[in-house]
Design a binder for this molecule. Structure first.
Ligand code: HEC
Length: 118
């Protein structure tokens, strides 16, 4: 991954997630760890979503994580991850609600940025 991507993942648009992440970083000297992000996604999401840089999801309706940026910027997920992602429509297998802390979000976004198709 390039440094440019890294810095956009922390500081740019995601107002809530970005502020949390910047704060956590300022306090601790912490830097996001994509491998921790990957582990969190594997633990919580892999039963339905493809977590790796290639492959299709076990649940066809669930977006493969390497294809997220084809739909919207990965950073748009920061806020959703902080507030609790909750999607699902009638008749579709309901996605459970998740909530992550600032450090976890930074790690997850760093990982997702690293696996996007384009
Ligand atoms: C039980 C299965 C399941 C699990 C576990 C799951 N998801 Fe999903 N997810 C889905 C399905 C099904 C959809 C398709 C949208 C829907 O439900 O309407 C989806 C959609 C999404 C979307 C796309 C939302 C949109 O607006 O396009 C994102 C992003 C997402 N999930 C992230 C995650 C993350 C991050 C995790 C783990 C923290 C996770 N999901 C865990 C089933 C799951």
């Amino acid at each position: 991954m390039q440094m440019g991507q890294f810095f956009r993942a922390f500081f740019a648009v995601g107002i809530i997630g970005g502020a949390f992440v910047a704060l956590a970083e300022a306090k601790s000297g912490w830097a996001p760890d994509p491998q921790t992000g990957r582990a969190l996604l594997t633990e919580n999401c892999a039963s339905c979503h493809a977590v790796d840089a290639t492959g299709t999801s076990p649940v066809p309706e669930a977006v493969a994580f390497h294809e997220i940026s084809a739909r919207y910027p990965v950073k748009a997920l920061e806020e959703a991850l902080a507030e609790g992602i909750m999607v699902g429509h009638d008749g579709v297998q309901q996605m459970p609600e998740f909530r992550f802390n600032a450090i976890q979000i930074g790690d997850i976004i760093a990982y997702l940025e690293s696996i996007q198709d384009e």
